[in-house]
Design a protein around this ligand. Structure first.
Ligand code: 5RP
Length: 227
């Protein structure tokens, strides 16, 4: 199967986690685009969505799916999103598409986080994918120096602004052996909006699309139900 076929397969598998008559959190990226297309087939069963990026919101609206402002929504029982890297204990690196801050907000709000990936995203240790760090523009150099001090090589994402009007530093060369600790440490640097480690609030469910089907990994103690 091609990578796109694997993404489509895993995106369709995520439909079983959609809770009827609720607002669904929708992430961002090419795997999520397949999820949005699949969600369109059951749009009559949901109240609507909140989206982690303008691009996802536009795609949802094109399918006739309602998109709410997060502030207008009381709860988001399920959030579905992709990842750039994920480990077996459901820590992730995200933000390849630049939507990491809104994705982290949705992850924080959601009852359950369902991560959808093709099997190539599973890694033993996070960090081969350059870690995206969203930065307030005036702090670009300061944050860059702080990342160099931590043995990373930061590269400014060229001609790019996030949906929040900020910059992204893609930070190469980090071996992220303690994801929750590094996530907190980097978020503490003045000028960092957030970084792409999703470990303090990781996924609850990981759906991994491979040639032999979809493998499901659950966070220890996860008690969510599927339809
Ligand atoms: C965007 C993200 C995406 O989830 C991540 O980049 C994966 O994207 P894709 O499904 O295209 O591989 O974090 O900010």
């Amino acid at each position: 199967m091609t990578q796109d076929e694997l993404k489509k397969r895993v995106a369709e598998a995520a439909l079983q986690y959609v809770v009827d008559n609720t607002v669904i959190g929708v992430g961002s990226g090419s795997t999520v685009n397949f999820f949005i297309d699949a969600l369109a087939s059951i749009k009559g069963r949901i109240e609507g969505t909140v989206a982690a990026s303008e691009a996802s919101a536009e795609r949802l609206r094109k399918h006739g799916i309602r998109v709410f402002d997060l502030n207008a929504v009381a709860e988001v029982p399920v959030y579905v999103d992709g990842a750039d890297e994920v480990t077996e204990n459901l820590h992730m690196v995200k933000g390849g598409g630049g939507a990491l801050t809104r994705e982290k907000i949705l992850a924080a709000v959601a009852g359950s986080f369902v991560c959808i990936c093709d099997a190539s995203k599973l890694v033993p240790v996070l960090g081969r994918f350059p870690l995206p760090v969203e930065v307030i523009p005036m702090a670009r150099s300061h944050v860059g120096r702080e990342m160099v001090r931590r043995k990373a090589q930061p590269v400014l994402r060229e001609n790019y602004r996030t949906d929040n009007g900020n910059l992204i530093l893609d930070c190469w060369g980090l071996a992220i052996v303690d994801p929750p600790a590094l996530e907190a440490e980097l978020n503490d640097i003045a000028g960092v909006v957030t970084n792409g480690i999703f470990a303090r609030r990781g996924a609850d469910v990981l759906l991994l699309g491979g040639d032999n089907g979809v493998r499901t990994l659950l966070k220890e103690g996860f008690r969510g139900s599927i339809r």
